[in-house]
Design a binder for this molecule. Structure first.
Ligand code: GTP
Length: 400
């Protein structure tokens, strides 16, 4: 091969990494909240610069500029660590990373200009790079393990890359025919292994990161589709879907539907403003969610109306739950002024099969309006006759 061919071959991995950096940069421009994409883009760009410059330099020039281009590689590796840390929400330990970086650069300078020991120079510098890469990993292991295989694959690929970076000089000197003797030459086995391994891991990380990011975006969109933005409870469509699944599971029966509506909510909005009204809706949904068990459902059906699906509970049990919610709402009311009372009216029905879900919801709704008409701040239960008495759980006489 001619020198020009050599150069094209040596520059190809750097150009490929610059291309990947560009792709990640474009992804980040479209998804600015995913900052790890920007860090990964910077990591690839800096590493591509390092690889490109190092590939073009003669051994003499490389000695001359060793500390400068070593700094590029260190910065690129720190950006990679930062990207990984940002994704897993852990620290890169910047103080420690700076210390390791400075020691690695000092060792590079020492073994290049003072004690010209090529093995120590390569090994100490690669050790520094690997340690910077491994800094966020210990924090990841302290956190509860993510069960999904994509994140696990990404984690272990990252650790493998760090360990491989540390072991690369050793492996090449063991396997290569010429040891590390010619490693300063751009066309040495050591340098070819470095170029190919860095490019391989860059491609692997890009594929995994793109897959994880796409999966995260889809699950975020799905969550936004299923949940009410203000109260984070399910919306009507998602409730219906999830309720049918619960109803198909005989272990969850008997199941009750509890429809609840905040009393005189318009007065809250008119008296203290829409924003305070929103905070009341959030307080109510937090109270409801605190009072249910898994896999019960809490949904906002619109306005100030909430619907709960309760597992393994009879009508009397659901009535007691409504009573508890009413009491807690009265006690927890931190949003409205002291003199204002926050109350809800409830309707409770039973449901045995998913074919009955719509009629059970209508029944709960009808009973909730009957509780409103009876004076509000009370719960009405299916199959019960109600005299219009004072507030409280009204279950006086069961209809035949
Ligand atoms: N703050 C706020 N208000 C909302 C929201 N959605 C609906 N509302 C308001 O909720 C109020 C509901 O009023 P009504 O249907 O008359 O019910 P109410 O005043 O609670 O009266 P009763 O149900 O009979 O006790 C209306 O003023 C709506 O504008 C919301 O997301 N935030």
């Amino acid at each position: 091969m001619s020198a020009a061919d050599d150069r094209i071959f040596l520059l190809a991995p750097s150009l490929a990494m610059l291309f990947l950096a560009g792709l990640l940069g474009i992804c980040w421009l479209n998804q600015r909240q995913q900052r790890f994409l920007l860090w990964l883009c910077s990591a690839y760009a800096l590493t591509a610069l390092y690889l490109g410059i190092r590939s073009l330099l003669s051994p003499e020039d490389l000695d001359h500029h060793a500390t400068g281009i070593g700094t590029l590689y260190l910065l690129g590796s720190w950006c990679l660590a930062r990207s990984f840390a940002e994704r897993r929400r852990v620290s890169t330990h910047p103080g420690l990373a700076l210390l390791i970086g400075l020691v690695a650069l000092a060792a590079l300078f020492y073994f290049t200009h003072i004690d010209q020991n090529f093995w120590d120079r390569l090994y100490s510098f690669n050790l520094g790079i690997a340690l910077i890469l491994l800094l966020p990993v210990s924090d990841v292991f302290k956190k509860p393990r993510a069960k999904d295989w994509l994140n696990q694959t990404l984690l272990w690929s990252y650790i493998t890359y760090a360990l491989f970076t540390m072991a690369r000089p050793l492996l090449v000197s063991l396997w290569g025919h010429t040891g590390l003797g010619g490693a300063m030459q751009p066309n040495s086995l050591y340098w070819a292994t470095t170029l190919m391994s860095v490019l391989f891991f860059a491609l692997l990380f890009t594929v995994l990161i793109c897959a994880v990011t796409m999966r995260d975006i889809v699950s975020q969109l799905r969550s936004e589709r299923d949940h009410d933005a203000l109260t984070k409870t399910l919306n009507r469509r998602a409730f219906n879907e999830a309720a049918r699944l619960r109803l198909a599971d005989q272990r969850l029966h008997p199941i009750a539907i509890l429809a609840g509506d905040i009393d005189h909510f318009k007065r809250i909005n008119d008296g203290w403003g829409h924003e305070r009204g929103d905070r009341v809706l959030q307080l109510v949904s937090a109270t409801l969610q605190r009072n249910v068990r898994s896999p019960d459902l809490v949904a906002r059906f619109g306005g100030e109306e909430f619907v709960l699906l309760l597992k393994c509970i009879d009508l009397a049990g659901a009535g007691r739950l409504a009573q508890r919610i009413r009491l807690e709402l009265g006690a927890d009311n931190t949003v409205l002024p002291h003199e204002a009372q926050l109350t809800m009216s409830f309707g409770i029905s039973a449901v045995k099969a998913s074919a009955q879900l719509d009629s059970a919801l209508k029944e709960a709704d009808r009973l909730m309006y009957s509780a409103k008409n009876a004076g509000r701040d009370r719960a009405h239960t299916a199959g019960v006759l109600y005299p219009d008495a004072g507030p409280g759980l009204q279950m006086l006489a069961a209809t035949p």
